[in-house]
Write a protein that binds this ligand. Structure first.
Ligand SMILES: [Cu+2]
Length: 294
């Protein structure tokens, strides 16, 4: 049974356990192969309440400039998994999060696990367009359930039409100079994609290095190379979403809903062997969302 939520909830302090103390989630890519056991109604209600509260605190934390409101609801394991040594580092960083809202769309399939954790499958919109589907694990600390892990699940946005656009990531070495050119290559041969309810960009890494694909919108008419020479400031860039750490030989999805007609940019900032970002060696690509032919 899928619970859906029409509105943002209220952020409540769930317990006094936490001392005073973004979502650029570094979710693990592998889908879980094992399953837990189905939760009963009481445990399901608990998990749903904890997740609703976390989302509410995320929104309040972003709106008020106090990310501590939700970082306090995260386990140490989670904070560390996001690349931070302490909660304070994470709070500092979250102040600059490009995703000011997390809209919880549904919570489903609550399960109990042998390690004492509880999970639920969650659909959430980060910012206006970036659709994420995660299995969220909660861990118990004293009388509080904390946000412990996100595992990416295949995205199934609840919309009428979903388009899938395949994008290959290639590395081409010039044998005479040794220089490597990196590229996003559209399977369809076109960088015009028709506007629709949801679009899944499926990236396949055909190279030998890890890559990322960050989706952003630059100021109207800006030259994307301006991201590299500083003539386009990051403050003027709108981050839409992204997939991070696409290992060689793997593929990863980036799902957006309701992305409007316009020009967008895909970019990878991972460093090439010469230390420059891949973007400086070709891994920066603009595309258009175009209106459907009438
Ligand atoms: Cu790259």
């Amino acid at each position: 049974m899928r619970r859906t939520f029409a509105m943002f909830g209220l952020c409540a302090a769930l317990s006094a356990a936490a001392a005073a103390m973004a979502f650029l989630p570094n979710s693990s890519e592998a889908s879980p192969t094992e399953t837990g056991s189905p939760a009963d109604e009481a445990d399901s209600a608990t998990a749903i309440a904890v997740i609703q509260n976390y989302a509410a605190c995320y929104n309040e934390g972003q709106a008020t400039g106090d990310p501590g409101l939700y970082v306090v609801l995260e386990s140490t394991t989670y904070v560390t998994s996001q690349g931070y040594v302490t909660r304070y580092d994470r709070v500092d960083d979250e102040l600059g999060s490009p995703f000011k809202t997390a809209k919880l769309l549904s919570v489903d399939n609550v399960m109990l696990w042998g390690d004492g954790r509880i999970s639920a499958d969650v659909q959430v919109l980060l910012g206006p367009y970036w659709f994420n589907e995660w299995r969220v694990f909660l861990t118990r600390q004293g009388d509080t359930w904390l946000w412990d892990q996100e595992v990416s699940l295949p995205a199934h946005p609840d919309v009428d039409t979903v388009a899938v656009n395949g994008i290959n990531i290639t590395e081409t070495k010039d044998e005479s100079t040794g220089d490597i050119t990196y590229a996003f290559v559209s399977y369809s041969g076109s960088w015009d994609f028709t506007e629709t309810d949801a679009i899944i960009f499926n990236f396949t890494n055909s190279g030998q290095e890890a890559h990322e694909a960050i989706l952003m919108q630059l100021p109207e008419g800006a030259d994307p190379m301006g991201l590299l020479d500083g003539s386009v400031a990051f403050e003027d860039v709108t981050f839409i979403g992204g997939v991070f750490d696409i290992e060689p030989g793997t593929s990863a999805d980036l799902t957006v809903v309701g992305l409007p007609v316009g020009t967008y940019t895909l970019v990878c900032f991972f460093p090439a062997p010469d230390g420059a970002p891949h973007a400086a060696h070709g891994m920066i690509q603009q595309f258009n969302i175009v209106a459907p032919a009438s």
